[in-house]
Every structure is written in C-alpha cells, then in structure tokens.
Ligand binder design. Structure first.
Ligand SMILES: [Zn+2]
Length: 344
C-alpha cells in the first residue's frame, strides 16, 4: 500500500517519505481494516517526527492519530461493525484489565497506547484498528471535518470538561491559532464562556480568532506582558487557563488565575520544567490538571455536536497525503489558522 513513513528523525522533507511498497497491515482478532479517507496533522506528529523525549520509535513508523475511513475487512470476532461502515477512530487504546480500566477510567489506562505513536497511524491507505476504537459516523459529517475531531478536538473538549468551564466563565487560551486552539475557542463559546485568546501572530490572526468566538485577542509573546494586561483588566483574576505552550507561559498562567482558578496543561512545546510556588498555590486555592486526549464518550459527544451543525471544525487547508512534509513545515513554522487535513 501507499503510505508516508517516518524514515528518520529530523526535518519534514528528509524524515517523511512517501512509499508505495509498505505491506498492508495484518488484522489481529478484534481488529478491522480501515481504508483511510482523511487524516490530519497534529503537533504531536511533529514532536514524534523530531524525536519525542523519552520515547523510542521503531523506524520506519507511520504517524497519524486522527483517522476517518471506511471499514473494508473484518478480523475475527467483530460484532458491531460491517464492511462499508464509515468510522472515526478514538485514538487511545486501553488494556481493559488494569485497576483504572476496571474502574471505568479507560482514558487513564496504565498500559495505554496512542494510535500513530505506539502503533501505526493514519498517514497510509490502510490501517488496522481495534473494533472498540471505531465510532460510526453519521452521514451528515464530512470526512475532512471528522478528521479533525479525534486528537485536537478531543483534547480541547476534555480540557474544558476537566476545567469545569460553564456559562460566563472567563477562560484564557494560550497559542490559540492552531487546531486545538480553534476547538478550545469554539467549544468554550458553546458552553457560554468568554474567551481570551493569544497568538504569536496577532497582526495576521486576531480577526480569525475573533471570528471563532474570542472576545479579546492578545499576543502570546512576551507572556509576562499578556499576563500584566489581563491582571489590569481583571484584577481579581480569571476562572481558567488552558496552556499547551509549556514552561514559557506557566508562570504567567498561574499569575492571572482568580482564587479557586483552574489551570489545565497539555503541552511541552517550550520545555518541561517550571518553578512552582507551593505557598501561592494553596493560598489561592488553585487547581492544576494535566491531561492528554480525552474519553471515548467525549469523542462521541463531539461527533454528535458536529453532526448537528453546532460545531464547525476550522480547517486551514486540505492536502494530498503525499504533501505531509509540506503540512508539517507549515504547522511548525507559519502559525496555521486551524487544522491541516491530509487525504490519502
Ligand atoms: Zn488499562
């Protein structure tokens, strides 16, 4: 089959190579063969391409956790799917037997696997997917829209859920120009919250972020100046911050929260280590939540919202899979406004 494989770690053009001789995946019991109709590029793909800290990938590897496709073959023991079903893939695999799985917390599984990271992903014509990771798609959802939901959409949905975002909450979204930022703004607005969004490129993207629902757009850099502006406008602080930037914004995130405020963090783009003032954190009753992805039920909710036309994923561009390297370079270097979708 055709696939874009991660051949070696490094720059997009040398690392991602299109090949036509990749063996089709073999199905284990409980798996279905999915012909990929669309996939999308996520930040984690770029991190994996460069070499994810602490993770050794078996190369060559196929990236891609966002998968929409059609079931074309069934492994042994499949009961809920048939050939021809169109599905979106829940990208987290859980073991079903660890103590967290047994308590219904499959998304926290001790032995979790992420499709496109721990096993082959969607930058290919075909991919083998466990039956329980497939969510049937209503006909009203386009392939390209559904291909945005499984990673960026799900992480945004889960972040807002964990932060308990409700009507009239004020929430700050750092680095909101990308795929997850677009979902965070749109889904926070859907919950009735008021969004302050930052972007590295306000001159180019302030209007776009406003069109997604951001009430106030500020520059991401320098974070201290953004935090200062926020503290002047909201002296008592804001309700929640969603931070995928990492160490560069962490102190600013803490400084703008109100008493009892919530910080959700889900990225290490600028580093992993931060200073942390325990005294300030307990005096101000702060809650910190680390997350990745979300639950299968939440992805199901996202699918329903999109099917009903209440959520429109922001798609910045659709490219043939063979141009995956171009999409990676755009995502890393030019501040893409929304999601980049790839079609095999
Ligand atoms: Zn488990």
């Amino acid at each position: 089959m055709r696939a874009v494989v991660l051949q070696a770690h490094g720059e997009p053009e040398s690392a991602l190579v299109e090949r036509v001789d990749v063996p089709e995946p073999e199905l284990a019991a409980g798996e279905v063969l999915v012909r990929v109709r669309a996939t999308s590029v996520n930040r984690v793909d770029c991190l994996l391409r460069r070499g994810y800290p602490g993770l050794t990938l078996q190369l060559p590897h196929i990236l891609g956790g966002d998968i929409v496709g059609e079931v074309v073959a069934l492994g042994r023991g499949i009961t809920s799917l048939k050939e021809g079903d169109r599905v979106v893939v829940y990208p987290l695999l859980s073991c079903g037997t660890c103590s967290l799985c047994r308590r219904g917390l499959e998304h926290l599984c001790t032995h979790w696997q992420f499709i496109g990271m721990h096993r082959a992903g969607g930058y290919a014509e075909y991919v083998a997917i466990p039956e329980r990771c497939c969510i049937p798609l209503p006909a009203s959802i386009a392939d390209t829209d559904a291909a945005c939901l499984g990673v960026a959409g799900l992480t945004a949905y889960h972040a807002l859920e964990v932060a308990g975002i409700g009507a009239d909450d004020r929430v700050l979204v750092w680095g909101a120009t990308g795929g997850m930022g677009s979902f965070l703004i749109k889904l926070a607005r859907y919950r009735g919250a008021r969004v302050i969004a930052t972007t590295r490129t306000p001159a180019h993207h302030a209007e776009l972020l406003s069109s997604w629902g951001a009430e106030w757009v500020l520059p991401t850099i320098p974070p201290e100046a953004t935090a200062q502006a926020l503290r002047e406008r909201f002296p008592e602080g804001i309700d929640a911050v969603i931070d995928s930037i990492g160490s560069a914004t962490f102190p600013a995130s803490l400084s703008v929260l109100r008493k009892g405020g919530r910080l959700v963090f889900c990225g290490i783009l600028t580093g992993r280590e931060v200073p942390f003032n325990l005294h300030q954190a307990y005096l101000r009753h702060l809650s910190l939540h680390g997350i990745y992805l979300g639950t299968k039920a939440e992805l199901h909710q996202l699918v329903q919202l999109t099917a009903r036309g209440e959520l429109h994923p922001a798609i910045a561009g659709v490219y043939p899979l063979s141009e995956a390297a171009v999409a990676h370079r755009m995502l890393e270097h030019s501040g893409v406004g929304g999601k980049l979708v790839l079609i095999p």
